[in-house]
Design a protein around this ligand. Sequence first.
Ligand code: SDX
Length: 368
Amino acid sequence: MTDIKKGLAGVVVDTTAISKVNPETNSLLYRGYPVQELAAGRSFEEVAWLLWHGELPTPDELAGFEKAERAGRALAPHVKAAIDLTPVTSHPMDVVRTAVSVLGAGDPRAEDSSPEAELAKAVSLFAAVPAMVAYDQRRRRGQELVPPRDDLDYSQNFLWMTFGEEATPTAVDVFRISMVLYAEHSFNASTFTARVVTSTLSDLHSAVVAAIGALKGPLHGGANEAVMHVFDEIGGADRAEAWLDRALAEKRKIMGFGHRVYKNGDSRVPTMKAALDRLIAEHRAQELLALYETLATAMDARKSIKPNLDYPSGPAYRLLGFDTEMFTPLFVASRVTGWTAHIMEQRAANALIRPLSEYVGPEERHLP
Ligand code: SDX
């Protein structure tokens, strides 16, 4: 019997220069820089450039990128029309997946896979997804589209377009940190999906749409939304242990915990938890903190399974005011940088991704 590596667990299928996930040292490097250092003081715009180009931008490069990003912030009419065609009962991941697909269908560079065109499309997506997500939340609340503001940076503008008011400096910084931490994580399921699609020489938007589909699943990006459903189901810290015992007895996967690569905790969690603590203080959300800590302690005691990034991100996005179903689209807005960096890397040294399988069906037989 062949040694099947189900889920490709532990299988190295290619090289990448974009990020290094190291479970031994519990660390994550973006083009060599520890993600904690980037989260401490670099804008999401600078981190996006780093992922695409391999180096942080010079002041002139950053100015040029910020100008291009601002030029792409407004929700394009045909994309808004596509969003308006999807019922407000649709899942927001289906809406952003559809909106990205329509953006690609209307992009004159869609079939141009030159490095310049790929980068331009990546920048266009980076700029456009916030408007899609912000508008989708607002329309569900019966609110009108809020146009972007050029005097705000990426994070400030994302929150402005979502809530129609300027966010506090703490809210903006916590949001920025979440975008930096979610941006890139080597060959996770959605990124590998994007690389598989790219390996057939399909186009960038098709690869990103496929990646959004993969990210939606609760075993992957959908977990940050699912964490808050768990919190809402539990209700309060005093009910957390009993809830967990029942859930584990039912063999449920507890959302926000565990990881395929990190087995002693997700390297990004301490940074995101520190950011969450700043929001908890600003909102005096002590009950939320108590539930967060009680559940994490109980999970560690019972299963020795640690939180992943989705565990602190979910409560942070709740405190920032996002509707729960919008959390994974926020992950899309961030990870579109890592996805497009991998799409460009795959295309630059491509080989069709086509693994083998071991047949276990009926032996050859013939029709009567
Ligand atoms: C992300 O890959 C990436 O880099 C992803 C990501 C990124 O940035 O792109 O980091 C983002 O997707 C984070 C993960 C978000 N998903 C969740 O929080 C969903 C809950 N987590 C689990 O489903 C699970 O931990 C996975 C899917 C994340 C990883 O699972 P593995 O590596 O496939 O391991 P497994 O499911 O085989 O679990 C091993 C054991 C099992 O017990 P036994 O059946 O052997 O007795 O650990 C148990 C599992 O039941 N286990 C859990 C658990 N995670 C593992 N039990 C309960 N709750 C959990 N969360």
